[in-house]
Design a protein around this ligand. Structure first.
Ligand SMILES: Cc1cc2nc3c(=O)[nH]c(=O)nc-3n(C[C@H](O)[C@H](O)[C@H](O)COP(=O)(O)OP(=O)(O)OC[C@H]3O[C@@H](n4cnc5c(N)ncnc54)[C@H](O)[C@@H]3O)c2cc1C
Length: 526
């Protein structure tokens, strides 16, 4: 899968596409997989890189959402729990079970949360991940040795799913391509074409690498641009009423010592009534998140001082070793594409259900939902798109479609397990050129062969693509990622036939992006 092959396929398309999708996050790529696997001629264009938006910045949970149960949204929880099971079946190399413990410090907490989590498990039906149960204080401490012991009474254990969001997305891009879709990154949609009746008939886009402007026509155009949904809708109708209420969420990443075992902590009620997680992820500890309404979405969002303080304070209440600013290895911020409610100012209360909206121009927008439910969202979207575009009826087949890299015993590949069935090819690269088996940094679990693999087979075009979404270096440790960047730039230049000037520009751009992941430079005040 190379970008040039994708561009060749794009420019050699003789007639119109059945479906054109704008946006290469979980929603858009999910739609591309569904549409292509039904046999529709499918084109997807992404302005920057696949997963550059919200889809690489989640809490990394494949879950039903305990909080939505509390809000009484049983159907959303049931749908998400079913999708959780389907996703684990189709991408076992990237989705795994995780044990969560709700610590209890008051007498009523264990029975109260115990009942709720039993219901959560019942709702998962045949897709269950394991029964929840109430734990004694001793059992809670055995599973969570770093939990704050002061007044601890016990806890409740339940099971949910965990994943690597950007790696799943990259494997989904390959899956869509294997099903016949054409997907191009670094192609920004700058306009929409209309037919004689004023209906959207295609896109005007700019290849961000060559600067070339091109058009593509389609029977139906799907807007899957997440937090940017309204800016694309405005291309069809500048007067369109906004449908998105953006809200940002921040995560802090610490070393493993804060959560050394394989259990996660779930705090069901923080000071602002939210859920907070502390999760072991890629040998680190990830803590979040917040829910802060923002006026508009930006592509490189930054955390606010209040959000950092809130996460540190809440984590400090539950962990024996109270984390401080100097312990933060990385901070990242994502923007929820929540669909507006007429009378709500509280984004935490807005629905996480997805919405399909068709403008008078015929532009179909799909927004909201969750990473976990992307497959179901895509099925719904393509059903609507097929009607709108008068496409022949064809059944959705994605419930059983394996995601690229599928491997049911991927743990045997050690630190390359996340590549699933691609891991042996990366191991072969390491054997053929031993320098590629060297780590990019002693603080990161990545080697040079992964950079070469990403450039050759995963359409990585920049140092950021490799350090953010093909590997997760910048999310895990911003200083170590910056230190590894020159090595990555040099390996990529060799693969992509670029010169030293390109490397210098890449490093400067990566420094700029990395500044949004470092507490020293990223934080802004409200
Ligand atoms: C803090 C946080 C934590 C979350 N945690 C979880 C979780 O643990 N589990 C879960 O299930 N869900 C979670 N979610 C929700 C989930 O991450 C999102 O619902 C999902 O990623 C949204 O994907 P998307 O494709 O709609 O948007 P995005 O991923 O933002 O994709 C939109 C894409 O459109 C592109 N684009 C924009 N304009 C244009 C244009 N003009 N031309 C071409 N392309 C364009 C952007 O570059 C971007 O890549 C979380 C969300 C947040 C914010």
């Amino acid at each position: 899968m190379t970008r040039q092959e994708m561009l060749d396929s794009l420019h050699s398309q003789a007639g119109e596409w059945d479906i054109i999708i704008i946006g290469g996050g979980a929603t858009g790529v999910g739609v591309a997989i569904d549409a292509a696997s039904r046999g529709y001629d499918t084109l997807l264009v992404e302005a920057i890189d696949f997963g550059k938006g919200t889809s690489s910045r989640s809490t990394k949970l494949v879950h039903g959402g305990v909080r939505y149960l509390e809000q009484g949204n049983v159907s959303l929880v049931m749908e998400a729990l079913k999708e959780r099971g389907i996703l684990r079946n189709n991408a076992p190399h990237l989705v795994s079970d995780l044990e969560f413990i709700v610590p209890s410090y008051e007498w009523w907490e264990a029975p109260f949360y115990g009942i709720g989590l039993k219901l959560y498990n019942i709702l998962s039906g045949k897709y269950g991940f394991g029964a929840s149960k109430i734990l004694s204080r001793e059992e809670t401490l055995r599973r969570l040795p770093t939990i704050n012991r002061d007044r601890l009474r016990g806890g409740v254990v339940y099971y949910d799913g965990q994943f690597d969001d950007a790696r799943l997305l990259i494997n989904m891009v390959t899956t869509a391509a294997e099903q016949g879709a054409t997907l191009v990154n670094y192609c920004r949609v700058t306009g929409l074409t209309k037919d004689m009746d004023g209906f959207v008939s295609g896109i005007i886009a700019r290849d961000e690498e060559s600067g070339q402007i091109f058009t593509a026509t389609g029977k139906v155009v799907v807007n899957a641009t997440g937090p940017f949904t309204d800016s694309v809708r405005a291309l069809a109708d500048p007067m369109a009423q906004p449908m998105i209420s953006p809200s940002q969420g921040v995560h802090l990443v610490f070393d493993r010592s804060f959560l050394p075992d394989d259990s996660a902590i779930m705090v069901p009620h923080t000071r602002d009534g939210r859920v907070m997680f502390a999760i072991p992820w890629h040998g680190h500890t990830l803590v979040g998140t917040t829910d802060t309404a923002i006026p508009e979405a930006t592509i490189d969002p930054s955390p606010m001082e209040e959000e950092i303080a809130f996460i540190l304070t809440t984590a400090g209440q539950y962990l024996r070793k109270v984390p401080s600013r100097s312990d933060v290895l990385s901070v990242y911020t994502g923007i929820r594409p929540l669909v507006r409610a007429a009378h709500s100012h509280n984004t935490a209360a807005l629905s996480r259900d997805h919405t399909i909206h068709i403008d008078e121009s015929g532009l179909l927008s799909i927004a909201g939902g969750k990473w976990t439910t992307y497959r179901n969202m895509a099925e719904d979207c393509v059903n609507h798109a097929a009607t709108l575009g008068k496409l022949p009826d064809r059944e959705c087949s994605t419930t059983r479609l394996h995601i690229h890299g599928f491997h049911s015993q991927a743990e045997k590949f050690g630190f390359l397990s996340f590549y699933g069935s691609d891991a042996p090819a990366i191991q072969a690269l390491m054997r053929s050129e031993p320098a590629l088996a060297q780590p990019l940094s002693t603080a990161l679990p990545y080697v040079g062969a992964e950079v070469v693999w990403a450039a050759r087979h995963e359409m990585a075009r920049t140092v950021e693509d490799v350090l953010c979404r093909r590997t997760r270096a910048l999310f895990l440790n911003s200083r170590a990622a910056i230190a590894a960047a020159p090595k990555v730039a040099s390996l990529m230049a060799r693969e992509l036939g670029q010169d030293s000037g390109w490397q210098t520009k890449q490093l400067a751009e990566f420094q700029r992006i990395a500044s949004h992941f470092s507490l020293d430079s990223a934080v802004r005040r409200v």
